[in-house]
Design a protein around this ligand. Sequence first.
Ligand code: SOE
Length: 388
Amino acid sequence: MSRPLNIAMLGCGFMGRAHSNAYLQVRHFFDGEYQPVLRACYGREEDRAKLEQFAKRWGYQSIETDWRKLVARDDIDLVDVCAPNFLHHDMVLAAAEAGKIIVCEKPLAMNAAEAEEMVAAVEKAGVANMVSFNYRRVPAISLFKQIIDEGRVGRPFHYRAVYNQDYTIGADVPQGGMALWRLDARVAGSGVTGDLLAHSIDTAEWLNGPIQRVVAHTETFVKERKHADTGRVEKVDIDDACMFLAVFQNGSMGTFESTRYARGRKNYSTMELNGENGALFFDLEDPHILQYFRYADPETGKKIEDHLTGWQRIHVTNFEHPYMKHWWVPGTTIGYEHTFINGMADFLASLEGGPAFQPTMRAALRTQRVCDAVLDSARKGQWVEIPG
Ligand code: SOE
């Protein structure tokens, strides 16, 4: 039997589209009781034309230009926060107060202090919640996790993550406004640390456990940019690039690099784990492939290295691979948007009594604490411990 789940979408940009698509598609591919209904979407009064177009394109039944009014509406079950980062805190607090189920885009908040209040609010209200760190739901990254959990990597020594783009190299790229709010620290909280490394940290902690301490260096290559809202040239306060070293609680060492100045790189995210008995490597520019190096048998610990040993490229599209039995036939591929659909399927399943969903806001608070520690370390030029 199908049960309607009435959605309020706060934000109609890139993530508003990705999440709306997930609600529309999820039941075409994953069975379940809850049927998402696109009840209403929110945008600012000054963006009304865009909001109306968004509502029409995705099939929202109504629009609101006051998000507080929308969050409080009785015909809404789930509030999805896809607005720019500075709004996450107030929107989540209001949604929790109204007793709604909450989906929040990453990063959870502008900083850990805000994130703590958000976690306290959703836990006090007892509302189900998820943070959309969508890359956990790339089948090859889920398989990365499965192979670790199967004990095939053994004692981990090194974890290496990169997340590079190149779209802000031009000094004439403005900061702020609808498209480029990620360059405005007052709206985004931070630069690549909160926007890109938050993804790398979330997957790193999921795959390799908690990070204990970090030491970081950040750089802002273009110091002033025209602001799209004010028209004035203003100081740039975000980190354009960030590199940090990490020590994980399991004793392994990590390196993380992120920049929006890596000419040629559009959304280049890689991760590698080197363990005693094996290694794994993933590259988002080759998203269906997981590379696996098998050195020893996990059962016997016996070395299996011989003249055939080498990196294995697993094409993660078979029915036995994570999520893939819901999609097409083996060998055919899925894309970026499917990571949001896979995530929504897991979240809806958790609401229906299935496995608990991760990451919740509590889990995302850890990522936020690591981001804060990275930025703090870069300011101080010294190692910083992660609290909690
Ligand atoms: C930034 O360009 C961005 O859109 C991030 O905000 C997303 O989280 C990332 O997945 C793709 O890049």
